[in-house]
Design a protein around this ligand. Structure first.
Ligand SMILES: Cc1cc2nc3c(=O)[nH]c(=O)nc-3n(C[C@H](O)[C@H](O)[C@H](O)COP(=O)(O)OP(=O)(O)OC[C@H]3O[C@@H](n4cnc5c(N)ncnc54)[C@H](O)[C@@H]3O)c2cc1C
Length: 519
């Protein structure tokens, strides 16, 4: 089989299929190449407010009404109940000491709950990737992308007008030609290998290992009676990206509504060695033996798939674009699952590439856009890596860890609010890394945390850094680490967003189910 296309997309995870959809909407002919087939397990499941807003924006901008319902829990459940999904109302963190049950300090100094949405209807989601990615690949095919699964790429070489791709599918040779190649095949993927691209380390990030799988029968912490009895948390703590944090690593627990729970650990090399993480299930048991509360949570749990061990999680290519080709951010780099940065980084990259294909296809500006995409990708990825590195450095001191996360929550909620208010320029780069004062302040705080700075100094520096972008009350110590969505915070911070109170009310009203009014 032979064929010539404007765009070849390699990899049909959500990133590749969305890239194919955007290219189709830009009027391009597209081939979407996948080495496996759907449905298949994929890791990376927890979305975030910014990720969902970006998905919604892409759906609106590129006229993809069938994708839009997937940007919030309520519309997803009503429209596609058969596509697996989990409810994510926020980010829940519990700090653990090795060998001891979770303490549940009365002052909540060992926990942090940050609501991401005011209600279930507009809540974020965990994407059950076997369903979600399969759905998007079918959508890409339905929109005219030539979808070729079970396709093994043998060579990608520059040709007269683009790239020649040699591949095989079910024993048949494929010779394809594409003017533009988008690599959506994950870290160190197809183009990285075909072009022999160099990679580089994130300077401060430990070379973490990962171990993960899917389980059934994972208990809800709420039902275990170990959470503080006083007060009503901003949302049910299990309906969230649940993080168990401890010296040397952290565990994620993400519940889907189909009875499956995704869980895994990211661990520093020292802890991974102690646990012999590469051994899989026995290492998971050794890990839980150190964390009695988590062990109880998993007492009746059963893995539904074999454990996956990743001997090295972080990855950073040196290059993310060249003439006629580019890597999605998810192929250019991976930092850590912490803070769910993978999806928004990927979607921000998709938005950039979508615009380039739509507005500048065939013009010199197209290549300039690719270079700008590369610069922006690494600015955003490196800022994420610096923050995650600082968080790893302070896993052993939960209050400092929690304060450092405020840098993420401030930037993310500011960006989300700015975009919802129709001020995308204010939103800037991921983590506001290009903000004239916040960007350098974030870097300073992380450096202090990494270089062993005094904890009070770090806490004070973070408070000061966060204030200009804080629209969710992070600076209010009386919240004692529980941050609901409170309209009063947004009103008090309206000036930071250059918004009137009326605009804030309108934005909040759009986030409420019809029968609920803004207090
Ligand atoms: C342990 C872990 C946990 C994570 N958790 C989160 C999270 O909670 N939230 C978050 O936002 N991000 C998370 N991430 C990051 C997230 O996984 C990625 O951002 C996301 O998967 C990127 O999607 P993608 O479609 O671009 O690539 P992928 O999901 O990596 O999909 C790549 C596709 O390309 C195909 N492929 C690979 N090589 C080839 C080839 N040579 N030819 C053809 N096809 C090929 C694969 O089969 C696959 O279908 C996590 C990552 C890890 C490692």
């Amino acid at each position: 089989m032979t064929g010539a296309f404007d765009v070849a997309v390699i990899g049909s995870g959500f990133g590749g299929s969305l890239a194919a959809l955007l290219a189709r909407r830009a009027g391009r002919s597209v081939v979407l190449l996948e080495r496996g087939s759907h449905p298949r397990f994929a890791i990376g499941e927890s979305s975030s407010p910014l990720a969902n807003l970006l998905l919604e924006e892409l759906a609106d901008r590129y006229d993809l009404p069938r994708i839009r319902p997937l940007s919030a829990w309520g519309t997803w459940q009503r429209t596609y109940p058969q596509v697996g999904c989990g409810l994510k109302r926020g980010f829940t963190f519990y700090g653990h000491e090795a060998g001891k049950p979770f303490r549940g300090a009365p002052d909540r100094s060992d926990q942090l709950l940050v609501a991401a949405s005011p209600n279930d209807e507009v809540a974020d989601t965990h994407w059950y990737r076997p369903d979600f990615d399969g759905f998007l690949a079918r959508e890409a095919a339905a929109e005219g992308a030539e979808y070729l699964d079970r396709t093994a790429i043998a060579a990608i070489t520059p040709g007269a007008s683009g790239f020649d791709i040699e591949a095989s599918r079910a024993g048949r040779a494929l010779r394809l030609r594409a003017r533009f190649v988008i690599d959506a095949s994950g870290p160190g993927g197809a183009l990285h290998q075909a072009f022999g691209l160099a990679s580089t380390a994130f300077p401060d990030l430990p070379l973490t290992e990962g171990l993960f799988t899917h389980f059934e029968n994972v208990r809800r912490l709420e039902e275990m009676g170990i959470l503080p009895a006083t007060g009503t948390p901003p949302y049910p703590p299990d309906d969230a990206a649940l993080h168990h944090v401890f010296d040397g690593g952290w565990i994620w627990v993400l519940r889907f509504h189909n009875g499956v729970t995704s869980a895994g650990v990211a661990a520093t090399p020292a802890l991974a060695r102690q646990l012999r993480l590469s051994e899989g299930a026995p290492a998971w048991r050794r890990l839980l033996d150190r964390l009695p509360t988590v062990r109880d949570q998993f007492a009746n749990a059963r893995p539904t798939l074999p454990f996956v061990h990743r001997p090295r999680l972080p990855f950073r290519s040196r290059t993310a674009a060249g003439p006629g080709w580019t890597l999605l951010p998810s192929a250019a780099a991976f930092v850590d699952p912490l803070l769910s940065t993978g999806f928004p980084l990927t979607l921000l990259g998709l938005a950039r590439l979508g615009e380039a294909m739509r507005s500048d296809w065939g013009r010199p500006a197209f290549e300039q856009n690719l270079r700008r995409h590369e610069t922006r990708t690494f600015l955003e990825v490196d800022a994420s890596a610096l923050l995650v590195s600082a968080l790893y450095a302070r896993f052993d001191d939960f209050p400092v860890f929690a304060a450092l996360t405020h840098l993420y929550f401030a930037a993310a909620s500011f960006a989300e609010s700015a975009r919802r208010l129709g001020r995308p320029a204010l939103s800037g780069a991921f983590l506001s890394a290009d903000h004239p004062t916040f960007g350098p302040a974030l870097a300073r705080c992380c450096r202090m945390a990494l270089d062993g700075g005094d904890r009070d100094d770090v806490l004070a520096a973070v408070r000061q850094a966060v204030e200009p972008l804080d629209v969710i009350g992070l600076g209010d110590a009386s919240r004692r680490n529980w941050y609901p969505v409170d309209p009063r915070d947004l009103h008090a911070a309206a000036h930071k967003l250059g918004a009137t109170h009326g605009e804030i009310d309108a934005m909040l009203a759009s986030m409420m189910p019809a029968e609920t009014s803004v207090p």
